[in-house]
Design a protein around this ligand. Structure first.
Ligand SMILES: [Zn+2]
Ligand SMILES: [Zn+2]
Ligand SMILES: [Zn+2]
Length: 338
């Protein structure tokens, strides 16, 4: 009989924020100025400064202790080390073969503590959203989308597959946009959930490149009379179906930003336009405290993409200098209505 003794990864405790609110959760990581807390089985990231002094002291002590990079439990005796990270001997195992790694074994690591032998990499899939490794044989077939995308179980369960869920996403995005001064007439905008092939085809038609997750098409009609000019817009937003809630928030925010720009006939380089839209997306992500939101933000901040990544960083430094009012005014100055 095999008895697996799982280390206790710390007990849930009550965390008090500086403004008095309380949450119950277990620490699973401390990274820079952020703490990862597991609350009801879900991983969140919070700024450490959000918590009261006693909690901050607890975290100081927590992170000064030797911790397992897989389970976050305290390491009291022997441990294994790889890539500068320490693991409990019993945690240092491949998620495919369940065997512990021996000296000299090549291994790959995801962002969630998952480890796998390089030789077994062919038997895991990586979630398109959160980059988590999952064993293919444990997954359900629905996690593999017909268009080639794949979702871990957690992201799949959070997926937006219908209109009702989509409206919840919309209701999360609009107030944030309004908060920085961008009003969107969302009722007039058609949103369609589509697959990758459809999106790629539409993108190709307007010569947009890259691995898109959303696309906005705007048509307009101008009616001129002797003493009036009327512009009617027709927007259509295409979003990939099945994106997890948080990712859908970020993509929809980006597309709404395109709508805002299009309705004002604001034209600029793709670098500035996409950078601006990503900036709008990022403020929505920043409001969500899940670890997935911070991974998506991190991907955006560090993206090597010459348009989306560079553009985002350019617009973000501009935002830091002149604030939202200044930035919107600067964009509005680029408007050139026909
Ligand atoms: Zn461990
Ligand atoms: Zn995932
Ligand atoms: Zn865009």
């Amino acid at each position: 009989m095999l008895i697996l003794i799982l280390p206790i990864s710390g007990n849930a405790r009550i965390w008090k924020s500086v403004n008095g609110t309380e949450i119950e959760g277990t620490v699973f990581e401390v990274k820079g100025e952020r703490v990862g807390l597991r609350i009801n089985g879900r991983d969140y990231h919070f700024l450490i400064s959000r918590f009261q002094k006693s909690d901050q002291l607890y975290l100081q002590k927590w992170s000064s202790e030797k911790r397992c990079a897989s389970c976050a439990g305290k390491i009291t005796e022997g441990f294994r080390e790889a890539d500068g990270l320490k693991y409990h001997k019993q945690c240092f195992r491949c998620l495919v073969s369940r065997k512990t790694f021996e000296g000299g074994d090549g291994l790959a690591k995801d962002l969630w503590g998952g480890l796998v032998h390089l030789d077994h990499l062919g038997r895991v899939s990586t979630c398109d959203t959160c980059n988590r490794f999952f064993r293919r044989e444990d997954a359900e077939s629905k996690q593999f989308f017909p268009d080639g995308r794949m979702s871990c179980k957690i992201c799949f369960n959070d997926g937006i597959f219908d209109r009702q869920k989509l409206y919840q996403v919309r209701e999360r995005v609009l107030p944030t946009l309004r908060g920085v001064g961008m009003e969107i007439s969302a009722d007039l905008i058609r949103i369609e959930l589509v697959d990758r092939a459809f999106l790629d085809r539409e993108a190709l038609r307007i010569k947009a490149g890259g691995k898109l997750r959303g696309l906005t098409l705007t048509k307009y009609k101008i009616t001129r009379g002797s003493n009036f000019t009327n512009t009617d817009f027709e927007h259509r937003i295409y979003l990939l179906y099945g994106l997890p809630y948080v990712e859908c928030i970020s993509v929809l925010a980006h597309e709404y930003a395109h709508v805002w720009l299009n309705e004002r006939f604001i034209e600029s380089t793709p670098l500035e336009i996409e950078g601006f839209c990503n900036l709008v997306s990022e403020i929505c992500l920043a409001q969500d405290k899940t670890k997935i939101a911070s991974i998506l933000r991190e991907n955006m901040i560090q993206s090597e993409n010459p348009i989306y990544g560079m553009g985002f960083r350019k617009m973000r430094s501009k935002l830091k200098a002149i604030g939202w009012n200044g930035l919107l005014a600067e964009m509005l100055a680029k408007a050139s209505p026909p």
